[in-house]
Design a protein around this ligand. Sequence first.
Ligand SMILES: Nc1ncnc2c1ncn2[C@@H]1O[C@H](COP(=O)(O)OP(=O)(O)OP(=O)(O)O)[C@@H](O)[C@H]1O
Ligand SMILES: [Mg+2]
Length: 463
Amino acid sequence: MAHQALPLRRYLATNAVVLAPPFVGLAGLWWHGDLALRPALIAAAGIGVVTILLLQRYLGALGRFARFVSELSGDQEPVMPRLKFAPATEELAVAAAILASGWRRQRASIDNLAASAQAIVDGLPDPLIAVDRQRRIVRSNRAAVALLGPVVAFRDLSTVLRYPALLSAIDTLLSVTDGNFHGPDHVAVDLMLPGPPELDVIAHAQRLPRAAADGSLALIVLHDTTALRRAERMRADFVANASHELKTPIAGLLGFIETLRGPARDDAAARERFLGIMAEQADRMRRLVDDLLMLSRIEQHEHARPDAAVDLGRVLAGVGDLLQLKASSRKVTLELAVEPTLPAAVGDYDELTIVFQNLIDNAIKYAKPATTVRVTARPAGEDRVSVAVADESDGIPAAHLPRLTERFYRVDTARSRQLGGTGLGLAIVKHVVNRHRGRLEIQSTPGKGSVFTVTLPAAISQK
Ligand SMILES: Nc1ncnc2c1ncn2[C@@H]1O[C@H](COP(=O)(O)OP(=O)(O)OP(=O)(O)O)[C@@H](O)[C@H]1O
Ligand SMILES: [Mg+2]
């Protein structure tokens, strides 16, 4: 610690002020003849030496006190100096130390508050930026940095968000006329962040009732609505697709009704043929509506996992019996291989029947005539079972595989329609498998065939 000595002139002046009264007294005594010169000089010398010595110590103590007080404002608590030669300063030093420790405690709690405020802001999942009256960035959170890259404080907001619509909305929010804010204290602006990945975002800007201690006057929160928009688009697509699927058979039915009422009214043979086609169309509509209802029912319960023990051998045998006729009509051989040690699956009997009915129906439907559809059920690992449905067909081009389980998605729409498909089968399969906490894997080799494998939790893991 630098020793801060009292400046020489002040030191001399202090000594002079203290020594002046005794010296003047001695001079007076000598002047009036009450004291001889020699004793007067000796007394003056004695007083001078003692006073200077005592004063030096006193001034030293004062200097230490001054240093101590100035050090109290630092980060570290200084050691209390020896102040014996200046008793009052000792008390002052103690009082100052108490004051400083109180101030230090308060500063720590303010630092704490500031840190927890930043922690809360950082913990928000949505990016947040606070700007001051001049639209300069005052603070930002971790999500903002993750989305926008480094956000430099005290730069204009446009350095990170260069969207004219947002900037002018914030300018309006912060504009003051006659010392008052006008207009709403909140604006929401739709933005498209180019990415990648491209994001749909709503920027909510909120003006605070008054500027915060750090100068923040408006908060901008970016809320990612990409998933919401995508879901909205999917729902709109779904409704459009479903209506389109229903429109075709309805138009067919209306056409035939018209014909039966008019030109074919008295043609018994045509009537018979048309009624057959109408029944087919009506059946197609029924299947479509049944599938849609089933899909929505499964989706509603997707979060609840079914927990019965299901004998997959029995399920597959049932489905095999049901589809045997269809297979024979296409000269397709249905081969069922269930390992004797196969444990039960954890699930719902009816829903798993629907899954394998769809997969085996597809395999028979899309297989080349006079080929074999092989269904193999075996344990998979310690606590799972798998069922593979393999066909010999033209296969599915790889580009289609990721989208195959989307509603109404077909590789060849005309062919699927002609084969009586609604395009909802694999969507239903995927949702049921999800509800069972299982997996659906699709492998396909163009020109050879496809294998659809469903893996489900086995009942043994529950014991
Ligand atoms: N085993 C398969 N081989 C070749 N293509 C298949 C196979 N399984 C499904 N696909 C293709 O996937 C599409 C979707 O199948 P999905 O089962 O969802 O619909 P679908 O069979 O057309 O109608 P349905 O709702 O009556 O089952 C089919 O249209 C077809 O193009
Ligand atoms: Mg199908």
